[in-house]
Write a protein that binds this ligand. Structure first.
Ligand code: C2E
Ligand code: MG
Ligand code: MG
Length: 629
């Protein structure tokens, strides 16, 4: 292919120097090309060049094979570099022959610092010690898979999952092995975190219900029957926690729960368990108790441990707890029953007035079961339309006429007959059912009042009782909106609706805004059971109010009981000087009536005039009154 001046044969002939050529492209007569490698050497004879020897070699095949190999190696690198796992090939001398980029990055080394080096050199002595047994196994032709923590050069340890795949040739000889390594540190941490979450309460860091059950089962298994020891389970519920949560806010309530957890944990012995079951419920396992008295002594310590006020964020919070106790083996043979029985006992402690403890007993449990069944039928009562309203007249003392009625709910229970509110309202408040029931009452009362008006009776106000819970449960807008919506739906003029609230509702300043909105529409606001709420009287100035209802307990013994006379006299005088109307409840005798008249009490309500009546009877009373007009 050469012109004469650059042809190697001619140049060798001219200067007698051997020439070599690499990758020269030669052409065949038929026009195809091939790669050639050649040596062209002079043949010297007595100092004269007599010819040249040329050896040509067709290297086309070799060249293509080499290209193919380079290409496949580049592809291999591309592929292995794309893998996040660490990949390496180690030969029988335990030296690296290949590694991917992830491998270099993990060790912080360049390829040259790995290639050809011994494992120990690259990994460091400690890491090598941790894995060398697995390496030897792989080099004897076994596939190895293991997880281990490995000292990490950049500090600490990392968890790895490694697979070693031996490289065995056709003769069965091991040539080395491929190592495939995943860093599973993050995964392990997530696993540990999950295990923690599954067993501990995140707010307090105390064991949760699952771990409590485990510990309880362990304690039961380890209990020494020979020594007749007992295991006690305490179910502890904070009293009035809901109020704290609603008034002080969630973050303070959370901090309170944490501190309660800490104080309880400080009370117990090593080996005992304090757990949080959720909300304001805690459980304590006391192990190896010799006598029941030991439990009593411990339980009596709890009020002391909680008695110092909790100082949180500038607030001073006082906390008490109701505690139920069950004992293994007396009160149950498995964790579930023991916990359930302790819970039942706690429930009874709450009913006994809270801030006390109660041992489980089967007889008491039956009582609690009645309550549960009452609770269940109460849930269905609304859907089954079992509630009715009775209406008790309120009489204006100046005119002796009925100016209002109070709507009082009753439960027409198919088995128990007519149940009075004292027996079920507290339960509906505990369960939150009061919200739906309250709406039903309000709607029915407003609709009834409108119906009387449409029937041509003289218009009167209707008083409806609202529970504190109705204000807490719903956000401010909804309770106000609900009331306004019901008025709109029933078409009752707001002036004919009076809401009866107890002093406990007026604990938060937000309620003032809600009441202002309601009162702005013409609705009247009365304070029910006035004088029993133990709260500061300053709310009488702060809240927009129309009326005080003197609690019926103050009517007892009037006009002979000097204390009740003094209280009633003072309430009426105070109400009038604050420009509030005042009504006395529970008026049963003429003597009481005369006394109230003499004090210029505005209205009365009581059995003297009428008890609460079903709607048709009340309608007759109203109709009779309008006839006499
Ligand atoms: P309250 O609002 O103070 O209602 C007055 C209670 O005193 C009624 O009892 C009534 O029957 C009773 N009473 C009326 N006159 C006399 C009397 O001369 N002597 C005596 N000893 N008692 C008299 P009731 O109907 O059993 O209601 C008890 C409480 O249940 C109510 O007290 C009220 O707090 C609550 N309640 C009733 N209905 C509802 C309701 O719809 N919603 C809510 N949240 N609470 C209600
Ligand atoms: Mg009332
Ligand atoms: Mg009352």
């Amino acid at each position: 292919p050469y012109p004469k001046e650059s042809c190697p044969i001619h140049t060798v002939l001219a200067d007698h120097n051997t020439r070599r050529g690499q990758d020269e492209v030669f052409w065949r007569q038929d026009g195809t090309s091939f790669f050639v490698q050649y040596v062209c050497a002079p043949v010297m004879k007595t100092g004269k060049c007599v010819g040249v020897v040329v050896i040509f070699e067709d290297i086309t095949e070799r060249k293509y094979a080499y290209e193919a190999m380079r290409q496949s190696e580049a592809q291999l690198r591309l592929i292995t570099d794309a893998v996040p796992a660490l990949i390496a090939y180690v030969d029988t001398n335990q030296c690296f022959r290949f590694n991917n980029k992830a491998f270099e990055q993990w060790f912080g080394l360049a390829r040259e610092q790995v290639y050809g080096r011994h494992l120990k050199e690259v990994l460091g002595e400690l890491a090598y010690q941790a894995i060398h047994e697995h390496v030897e196994q792989a080099l004897t032709g076994h596939r190895v898979n293991y997880e281990a923590p490995i000292p990490y050069q950049q500090g600490g340890t990392r968890d790895i999952n490694a697979s070693y795949i031996p490289d065995i040739d056709g003769q069965g000889e091991v040539k080395g092995y491929v190592a495939l390594i995943h860093d599973i540190t993050a995964h392990k941490q997530a696993e540990q975190r999950l295990a923690y979450l599954a067993h501990y309460d995140t707010l307090t860091g105390l064991p949760n219900r699952t771990l409590l059950n485990d510990r309880l089962s362990q304690a039961m298994a380890r209990r020494s029957a020979a020594h007749q020891t007992q295991v006690a389970i305490l179910f502890l519920d904070l009293d009035h926690f809901k109020t704290i949560n609603d008034t002080a806010g969630h973050s303070i309530a959370d901090a309170l729960l944490r501190e309660v957890g800490e104080r309880l944990s400080a009370c117990v012995r090593i080996g005992d368990t304090v757990a949080r079951l959720g909300g304001d419920e805690f459980a304590i396992i006391l192990i190896d108790l010799i006598h029941k008295i030991d439990v009593g002594q411990f339980v009596q310590k709890i009020p002391d441990c909680l008695s110092a006020p909790f100082k949180i964020d500038g607030h001073e919070i006082f906390v008490t707890a109701s505690i139920g106790v069950s004992l293994y083996p007396d009160d149950g043979l498995n964790a579930e029953t023991l916990l359930k029985n302790a819970d039942t006992a706690m429930y009874l402690a709450k009913q006994r007035g809270r801030n006390c403890y109660q041992y489980y007993s089967a007889a008491l449990s039956a009582k609690a079961a009645t309550r549960v069944s009452l609770e269940n039928s109460l849930r269905q009562a609304l859907a089954r339309d079992e509630f009715v309203l009775h209406y008790q007249p309120q009489v204006d003392l100046a005119t002796s006429r009925i100016t209002a009625v109070e709507a009082l709910v009753r439960w027409n229970n198919p088995r128990a007959g007519l149940v009075l509110p004292a027996q079920f309202i507290p339960l509906t408040e505990d369960t939150g059912l009061i919200v739906a029931l309250g709406e039903w009452v309000l709607h029915t009362a407003c609709a009834q009042n409108k119906a009387w008006q449409l029937a041509g009776l003289p218009p009167i106000r209707i008083g409806v009782n609202l529970s504190a819970r109705q204000f807490q449960q719903q956000n401010k807008r909804t309770i106000v909106n609900h009331i306004l919506h019901i008025l709109q739906e029933t078409g009752l003029d707001p002036h004919y609706l009076e809401l009866e609230l107890t002093e406990s509702v007026l604990q938060t300043i937000e309620v003032a805004g809600m009441l202002r909105t309601l009162r702005g529409t013409g609705i009247q606001i009365a304070i029910d059971d006035f004088g029993t709420g133990y709260s500061s009287l300053s709310y009488l100035k702060r809240f927009p109010l129309d009326k005080l209802k003197i609690d019926k307990s103050f009517m007892q013994g009037v006009p002979d009981d000097p204390d009740n006379v003094a209280i009633t006299t003072a309430i009426i005088a105070m109400a009038h000087s604050l420009k509030l109307k005042v009504i006395a409840e529970g008026v049963e005798t003429l003597a009481q009536l005369d006394f109230l008249r003499s004090l210029k009490c505005d209205e009365i309500q009581g059995f003297l005039f009428s008890c609460a009546l079903p709607a048709p009877e009340l309608q007759e009373l109203l109709a009779a009154q309008s006839d006499t007009l």
